[in-house]
Design a protein around this ligand. Structure first.
Ligand code: SF4
Length: 408
């Protein structure tokens, strides 16, 4: 058997035109950017500042906020100012629907404070009467030297365009199903709007496109088509992904396939939080998706076996959880203190079946004693057996060794 010298990796990145959103580069070969969105009322200035700060600290490199009415637009410059005072330079994106043209015109300080405006071509399209609304936003963006995202959405698709494509399709020799025509309408909605923005003087390096859908197969098809027809920077996201594991699985499946195909310059994982839940989870999931696929590194990875009947004590689960939490909580400080720490791999294994082998592949790993094994836990450092831990303080001792390793 001939063993291939290389394994197939991701496809080369789809080369797009780079867009600067504030101080963050999107597309054109830049690292894939993690972004998220607040769910606070933007008019609640302090609540929004706190959530943007939390998302930013969790690793969101851009944060979108809703700008839906006068009070929200008036709040935006105050939010920006307060974040700047805290040293948080994360670009802010204004999410506009229906009346974005009006809000941006009437609140110039809001237009100036935002780094990007999101336009939904489904409700501020460039067709007929809405043409001036679209043109107004583009003009304000040009005047303020801001980027825009033209974000088509399956749930608010341009009905005029959809109807036109449905009519044309009905008359064609081989009509496609409704779903296929709707996918095409999504792509066209984004591309026609971008072309119109260019006619209005917006350069390509100020535009990011998205076409979000809630079904995985539709999303993959829509983005593949979008990428094949243009070189605009691309924002990936599954809309209405859902709650908990369903949202995480659906987003990871859809975005994982597209990223593997080289498509996507910035991602948002849209998760519905549990009531009172932590909004930063979506940032963590986005980071983990990019890191497990090998596109970026953010936080040291903790490899842990799933545990089985050989792990009778809770020490194993407790240790795996506490190491993971400890690392994540420490990262904001470690990032500046220990450059490169995000490349660290830690293994926490439940018994000798896979423990020593897996631990040897990590920078530092431990194989805890399983049922019937002697109460000893070998620790491996850089592939070599380093020490054996015993007794009731195995967890604390291993944690100390991890800290020592990072320190060194
Ligand atoms: Fe079970 Fe041991 Fe495998 Fe972990 S390493 S899953 S404890 S057999």
């Amino acid at each position: 058997i001939e063993i291939p010298s290389d394994i197939a990796g991701p496809a080369p990145r789809h080369l797009t035109t780079q867009v600067m959103v504030g101080n963050v580069a999107v597309g054109g070969g830049a690292p894939i950017v993690v972004q998220s969105m607040t769910n606070t009322d933007t008019a609640d200035i302090q609540g929004t500042i706190d959530q943007v700060a939390a998302l930013s600290r969790a690793g969101s490199e851009m944060v979108r906020i809703t700008v839906d009415r006068d009070e929200a637009a008036a709040a935006v410059p105050h939010i920006r100012e307060a974040l700047d005072k805290q040293g948080i330079t994360t670009p802010l994106i204004g999410d506009f629907h229906y009346i974005g043209h009006k809000l941006l015109a009437e609140f110039p300080a809001c237009a100036a404070a935002l780094d990007k405006y999101r336009i939904n071509p489904g409700n501020v399209g460039f067709k007929s009467k809405r043409d001036t609304q679209f043109a107004d936003i583009i003009e304000i963006a040009n005047k303020n030297n801001k980027a825009v995202r033209i974000g088509a959405n399956w749930g608010s698709l341009d009905q005029e365009l959809l109807t036109k494509l449905m009519d044309e399709n009905a008359l064609s020799a081989n009509p496609k199903d409704v779903r296929a025509v709707t996918r095409e309408a999504m792509v066209q909605s984004a591309l026609l709007s971008a072309a119109r923005a260019e006619e209005l003087g917006m350069p390509k390096n100020k535009m990011i496109l998205s076409a979000k859908v809630s079904a995985v197969q539709d999303l993959i098809a829509v983005y593949q088509t979008l990428a094949s027809r243009s070189d605009y920077a691309i924002h990936l996201g599954l809309t209405e992904a859902g709650m908990g594991s369903k949202g995480i699985v659906a987003s990871s499946a859809a975005l994982g396939i597209l990223l593997q195909q080289g498509i996507g310059d910035t991602i948002r994982i849209s998760l519905t939080p549990e009531p009172g839940g932590d909004r930063t989870v979506e940032v963590q999931v986005a980071q983990e998706l990019l890191q497990t696929m090998g596109f970026r590194t953010f936080v040291p990875l903790v490899a842990a076996c799933p545990g089985c009947g050989r792990t009778t004590s809770t020490t194993f689960q407790e240790l795996a959880r506490s190491i993971q939490d400890f690392i994540r909580d420490s990262m904001p400080g470690w990032k500046t203190q220990y450059p490169g720490v995000e490349n660290l791999n830690v293994a926490v294994m439940g018994c000798i079946v896979n423990g020593p082998g897996e631990s040897k592949h990590a920078n530092i790993g431990i194989s805890l004693p399983g049922t019937g094994e002697s109460p000893a836990a070998p620790v491996f450092v850089d592939g070599e057996k380093f020490r054996t831990l015993r007794g009731p303080s195995i967890a604390a001792d291993f944690k100390a060794l991890v800290i020592d390793y990072i320190d060194q």
